[in-house]
Design a protein around this ligand. Structure first.
Ligand code: PMP
Length: 461
């Protein structure tokens, strides 16, 4: 398809002159050099820009529009709630119908040992909440020095001060004075990125566990509050953990009374073909971060789900010291909550978790057919409807390209010309796929075909 160039009119000028865009080359955008698009519509797995171009969205926006675009069930529920009661706060025990119903639906789906959900607006703020609550928990238990948090390099947990410190991607730290003190990072749990080529996968898991234990011992177990991890790393490159990783990590954490925060912002509500990534990998977290799929991004909403043992201590604390003094104005927002209730109903009625389980292996197989034999394809990997193709200078020698994102951005741009959106991931040359969970096999084949054409154009043999 030949892309029409974006209309260059007053609206485009206002965009350049007024809007500071996230993760965008600011100067190029202000000059009009970024080929950004103004998106005006969407249906199913397809988005439409105002020039009339249609794109099959292989990344569900930012792996969030899981139920697909144009779902009137969600839009109608939001409209109805906004007409009835657009907002009242949830402070001092006030409630609203959709937030209470949604909390019930979340707790019905969460693991049995989880006790309550605290609502926020974004994955980032939910991770800030998790860290504040584990700090308060340890302060109430009389161990205020137990406050450091361990994360992993290449993790993504948000862009706030705390959540950005938890994130383990260099660009999100550089020139922002991050990470803050007390936020530590361990080696990336991805076999392709093992420190020594000769390691088997089992050796690599041992290496990761030894490194984690050594860090805990060096810092002092009494100073470590929590370990945070995405069940499968997302933004860092869609990196499934090596075999046995989560089981072994949890054994270490249990030995040192360190809480586990499972960041389920991407994996929650079906992405891996199970309700949560924690179910998929046998994790028993103390906190679960949810966002994105909770409302299919029809409205901003996140949650921190906390376990019974954390809840009991926090509740006792309020008997001693008064109300839990942590409150976002928009926590439990009625319109966002109505979107959540309608979304989770759709997850059930459309069978989205089952569809992810069914189509995920087909996505992986289609990507392997399309790209598996190319000499610069180093790895094709995935779990459920989350997949990635990693390009390398010389896969046999485990040699990565020097320049991050050069090849992947070119592939992504070429795919766009073939009507498909796939995302170049930061650090490395990785193309990510995370389509809406309602994707069909035909659409999967379209994604793979566009990848095939793009590779032939960018990396001709
Ligand atoms: N955690 C994970 C695993 C994420 O992928 C993201 C966003 N991509 C976040 C947290 C942050 O969410 P938000 O952008 O809504 O703040």
């Amino acid at each position: 398809m030949t892309l029409q160039s974006p209309i260059n009119d007053e609206l485009a000028a206002w965009d350049r002159d007024c809007l500071l865009h996230p993760t965008t080359h600011t100067a190029q955008h202000a000059r009009g050099d970024v080929p950004g698009r103004i998106i005006t519509g969407g249906e199913g797995c397809t988005i439409i820009d105002r020039d009339g171009n249609r794109f099959l969205d292989g990344f569900a926006a930012l792996y969030c529009v899981n139920a697909g675009y144009g779902r009137s069930e969600i839009a109608d529920a939001m409209n109805e709630q906004a007409q009835k009661l657009a907002f009242f706060h949830a402070f001092a025990g006030h409630g609203n119908e959709p937030a209470i119903k949604l909390a019930r639906m979340i707790m019905d789906r969460a693991p049995d040992h989880m006790a309550r959900v605290y609502f926020g607006l974004s994955g980032s703020d939910a991770n800030e909440t998790n860290v504040k609550l584990i700090w308060q928990y340890n302060n109430l238990l009389g161990r205020p020095e137990k406050r450091k948090i361990i994360s992993r390099w290449r993790a993504y947990h948000g862009s706030g001060l705390v959540s950005g410190s938890l994130t383990g991607l260099a660009a999100y730290h550089a020139r922002f004075n991050l990470p803050l003190d007390g936020f530590l990072h361990t080696h990336t749990p991805h076999y392709l990125r093992r420190p020594d080529t000769d390691m088997t996968e089992a050796d690599f898991t041992n290496f990761l566990i030894t490194e984690l234990e050594a860090m805990i011992e060096a810092e002092g177990p009494d100073t470590i509050a929590a370990f945070i991890g995405e069940p499968i790393m997302g933004t860092g490159g869609i990196l499934p953990p090596p075999a046995g990783y989560w089981e072994r990590v949890q054994q270490v954490l249990a030995r040192h009374d360190i809480a586990l925060i499972a960041d389920e912002v991407v994996t929650g509500f079906g992405r891996l073909g199970s309700m949560f990534g924690s179910d998929h990998y046998g994790m028993k977290p103390d906190f679960m971060t949810i966002a994105k799929g909770l409302t299919s991004a029809y409205a901003p909403l996140s949650g921190s789900i906390i376990s019974q043992r954390i809840f009991d201590v926090l509740a006792d604390g309020t008997d001693q010291f008064g109300a839990l003094a942590h409150g976002w104005t928009y926590s439990a927002h009625p319109v966002s909550s109505a979107a959540g209730v309608a979304t989770l109903a759709l997850v059930d009625s459309m069978g989205l978790v089952e569809n992810a389980a069914h189509t995920g292996p087909k996505l992986l197989a289609a990507l392997r057919d399309a790209a598996g034999d190319h000499p610069n394809v180093g790895e094709i990997r995935g779990e459920g409807l989350l997949a990635a193709v990693e390009f390398m200078e010389n896969p046999a020698e485990r040699q990565f390209y020097d320049k991050p994102m050069a090849v992947s951005s070119a592939i992504s741009a070429a795919m766009l010309r073939h009507g498909v959106i796939a995302r170049p991931m930061p650090e490395g040359n990785i193309i990510g796929f995370a389509p809406p969970l309602c994707i069909t096999e035909d659409e999967i084949n379209q994604l793979a075909h566009a990848l095939h054409l793009a590779i032939a154009e960018v990396l001709p043999r």
